[in-house]
Design a protein around this ligand. Structure first.
Ligand code: HXC
Length: 285
């Protein structure tokens, strides 16, 4: 094969990887008010800072006709980049590819960047938009989650782990974010549940809306799983950018210091009455 042919082949594979699950599914993503995984990465990270890894990885599943459906990248975009010049690792789940569901190969991509984030002592950010374990892969997918959950616990207290929930996330795609440090959600388009309303109805005959089951308001006012909820993808990602400014990169660093006109010895009298003297008295958190 000539060098020209090789470049052409590379370009074709790049285009395939970048088109995700195809025009129709990308249009459906946009119609539901959601950005694609690549658009989200571009908005979150400093311009031109993203370096993608494992762009051409595909799954290894041969069952249920999956051997005929392979999309380079396999539903998750991984790599590193910077926010306001500060380095971090990132993965973004692509709902247009098999509903962003996790295969064995996909899990290996995520595990790799989590290991690198711990090695380099920098945050890891997950942009989550996934139906959870890839049903066609069965136990291989569940094993992939086990590898990710292990990294979540090993990274805990070492590097910041931030989860942004940006679509209907189910199963493992929620169990992992739930044990990270900070969870952001998008109102009216993101959900965190063990499984979706349709499966709940089939199994338990119970009718429940996605919002009641695991919407941003449920998780920020009832369960407390979500730390911050914003109106749309753009606002959420902008607030994540701002939030990163306050974090140390790892457990050995101090949080960034910025000069402020607010004196550190200023007395704030309201703090004396914030919590009632009586330990049995409830108060508004
Ligand atoms: C494979 C999946 C998938 C999955 C969705 N898709 N979830 N493919 N594995 N888990 C595919 C659909 O077939 C569809 O493909 C496309 O993604 C979009 O899905 P829709 O259902 O059309 O979208 P929507 O109506 O928005 O509903 C999204 C959803 C729903 C709420 C996430 O798809 C759903 O309930 N999925 C199943 C969730 C689930 O039970 N996951 C397994 C969890 S178990 P096409 O080709 O039509 O575009 C788990 C265990 C972890 O994760 C344990 C670890 C130890």
């Amino acid at each position: 094969m000539s060098l020209k042919d090789m470049f052409e082949r590379l370009e074709k594979r790049n285009a395939e990887a970048e088109s995700g699950g195809g025009e129709k599914r990308v249009a459906r993503q946009h119609e539901s008010g959601k950005m694609t995984a690549r658009e989200r990465i571009n908005l979150l990270l400093d311009e031109g800072s993203f370096v993608e890894m494992d762009k051409f990885v595909t799954h290894r599943c041969l069952d249920f006709g999956m051997d005929k459906q392979k999309i380079p990248g396999d539903g998750v975009i991984t790599g590193f980049g910077a926010v306001n010049g500060r380095k971090l690792y990132i993965f973004a789940q692509d709902f247009t590819v098999f509903g962003g569901s996790l295969s064995g190969a996909y899990a290996e991509k995520v595990v790799k960047i989590m290991d690198l984030a711990m090695k380099h002592g920098v945050p890891v950010i997950g942009l989550n938009d996934s139906g959870g374990a890839r049903i066609q892969e069965g136990v291989v997918s569940l094993g992939g989650y086990a590898d990710i959950f292990l990294r979540n616990t090993l990274a805990s207290g070492v590097v910041p782990q931030i989860s942004v929930i940006m679509g209907p996330c189910a199963g493992g795609a929620v169990y992992s974010p739930a044990i990270t440090d900070f969870i952001f959600m998008v109102k009216d388009s993101s959900y965190m549940f063990v499984t979706g309303p349709d499966v709940v109805k089939t199994v338990t005959h119970e009718e429940v809306t996605a919002e009641e089951l695991g919407g941003a308001m449920t998780h920020s006012t009832v369960s407390g799983v979500c730390d911050r909820a914003y109106e749309n993808d753009v606002e959420t990602l902008q607030m994540v950018r701002r939030f990163i400014n306050y974090l140390p990169a790892n457990n050995r660093q101090k949080a960034p210091f910025r000069p402020t006109p607010d004196r550190s010895d200023r007395m704030e009298m309201s703090l004396d009455t914030l919590i009632p003297d009586n330990p049995n008295m409830p108060y508004d958190m």
